[in-house]
Design a protein around this ligand. Structure first.
Ligand SMILES: Cc1cc2nc3c(=O)[nH]c(=O)nc-3n(C[C@H](O)[C@H](O)[C@H](O)COP(=O)(O)OP(=O)(O)OC[C@H]3O[C@@H](n4cnc5c(N)ncnc54)[C@H](O)[C@@H]3O)c2cc1C
Length: 436
């Protein structure tokens, strides 16, 4: 605990991060203001309005989430710093925060599963003055929570691999340049048949079939991707060169979830802060609560409760990020963070709408937008129900054995021996899928 408190004092503030990004040409304050300005328009159009970034910002945005050894910003190599940045961007707009250029969810599986040469090739794509997006495709129309039941098939040929199947709900899938695609070489092998491929979106046979009309997080453009005899070269298969052939690429997907659950939580915590600020500003400006009999003290108590919830969620998120940076986080830490942040986001946005009523929502539409974004957040990266199921299982295990539930007994034989810097998540206690 003392070490945690000490590190909290030394942690990067958003000002430090802003300064580091300014050195790379990105004006964080301006980006945030421009994101706020196009927030509603992006929500209505279901696309990135503007765009909110200037041409000068693009290189730095592309390189967010890129490890330093491939040119990434040294101030953004820890999950604590990333979470701090994402909370700031989420305060501007959750959907746009998740739609900014960069490798996104594709980063952790590449760092976990790819050889040094493959990693260099992948991250080099982002060294560009034009916006570049990466995407991560595992969910299919018939399997989401149990992703190990996937049907997308990878068949070996003399020249490489042929992929056939469909992926759905892929964040930034319609604007991505490359997609880390999970496919099975044999459904009978379960998770051990799963492989990860780097698919260039120009590959013949790869198409974006549709962009979903979502209720929340609409600018992320969740896409349905089709692979019809999509032939990729041999080296599209992610294989760590320094180890025996990888027979559990699914652990790479788990890396992504473990790494991103705190980051997504940070985005939604930022959104809750904005909801809190917008609600208070509306009340300050003379807005009358929907329940006209509610006393001032009642409204103040509601705002205080919102503050308490947001602070608790942020502390949990920060603690998980801190543990991840030290290689001592478990999947339970990430699950608890997301499950809690998701409940907080649902509660804060619902309470804000209840207080503001129809008058408040009309003059402050961001409240209603945040409510829809919170619903989508609960589903992505494993639904709230599944997170709670995982937490309950770990808790039951800990009742029969004296472990802290954040430290389930190690039964994992798949974790890589060494964890790379930016995706330093130790794997333990995993079974399968989102439902691990
Ligand atoms: C905004 C957003 C972004 C996304 N981005 C991506 C992405 O980039 N890449 C990607 O691959 N996928 C992405 N997804 C897909 C997401 O991971 C899945 O939607 C999610 O895992 C749930 O799968 P499903 O939709 O098939 O629901 P299902 O698995 O069919 O679940 C339906 C309902 O049943 C419940 N349920 C299922 N199994 C159990 C169980 N064992 N016990 C109790 N309840 C259960 C679920 O909680 C849910 O309420 C995204 C989704 C959203 C909403």
């Amino acid at each position: 605990m003392a070490q945690y408190q000490q590190t909290l004092q030394q942690a990067h503030t958003i000002d430090d991060i802003g300064t580091a990004l300014a050195d790379r040409g990105l004006d964080l304050g301006l980006l945030e203001r421009r994101m706020r300005a196009v927030s509603l328009e992006s929500d209505v159009s279901g696309d990135i309005a503007g765009p909110p970034w200037r041409p000068d910002d693009v290189s730095a945005l592309n390189m967010n989430l890129v490890p330093t050894r491939y040119g990434g910003c040294s101030a953004l190599q820890s999950l604590v710093a990333q979470a701090t940045l994402m909370a700031c961007l989420g305060e501007a707009d959750a959907s746009l925060a998740l739609s900014l250029p960069g490798p996104g969810l594709a980063m952790p599986p590449v760092v976990a599963l790819a050889s040094a040469e493959q990693q260099a090739r992948f991250f080099q794509r982002f060294q560009s003055g034009a916006p570049r997006w990466g995407a991560f495709a595992i969910t299919e129309p018939d399997c989401g929570s149990d992703a190990t039941a996937m049907r997308t098939i990878a068949r070996k040929t003399g020249r490489g691999w042929v992929l056939n199947g469909t992926k759905c709900f892929i964040t930034n899938g319609a604007r991505a340049d490359c997609v880390i695609t999970f496919a099975t070489i044999s459904r009978q092998m379960g998770r051990y048949g799963i492989r990860a491929f780097l698919v260039d979106c120009n590959t013949p046979g790869f198409t974006v079939s549709r962009v979903e009309r979502m209720a929340g997080l609409r600018a992320t453009q969740l896409a349905v991707l089709s692979y019809a005899d999509c032939e990729v070269p041999d080296d599209a298969l992610l294989v760590r060169g320094d180890e025996k052939p990888l027979d559990d690429a699914f652990s790479g997907a788990q890396r992504s979830w473990d790494y991103f659950r705190p980051l997504l939580s940070a985005v939604m915590i930022g959104t809750c802060r904005r909801v809190r600020a917008d609600l208070a500003a509306w009340l300050d400006g003379g807005g009358t609560p929907a329940d006209r009999h509610q006393h001032v003290a009642g409204v103040e108590a509601t705002l205080l409760d919102i503050d308490r919830q947001i602070t608790a969620a942020w502390l949990l998120c920060h603690c998980t990020a801190w543990k991840t940076d030290r290689g001592i986080a478990t999947p339970m830490d990430s699950s608890m963070t997301k499950a809690f942040a998701s409940r907080v986001a649902a509660r804060v946005t619902r309470v804000a709408i209840n207080v503001a009523g129809i008058d408040g929502i009309t003059s402050c539409p961001s409240l209603e937008q945040a409510y829809r974004d919170a619903r989508a957040f609960d589903i992505m990266e494993g639904t709230g129900e599944l997170q709670r199921l995982m937490i309950a299982r770990a808790a039951l295990r800990s009742m029969s054995r004296p472990w802290d539930i954040t430290e389930p007994p190690s039964c994992d034989t798949t974790a890589p021996d060494s964890s790379p810097d930016i995706a330093n998540v130790r794997q333990s206690g995993r079974e399968t899928s989102h439902d691990a």
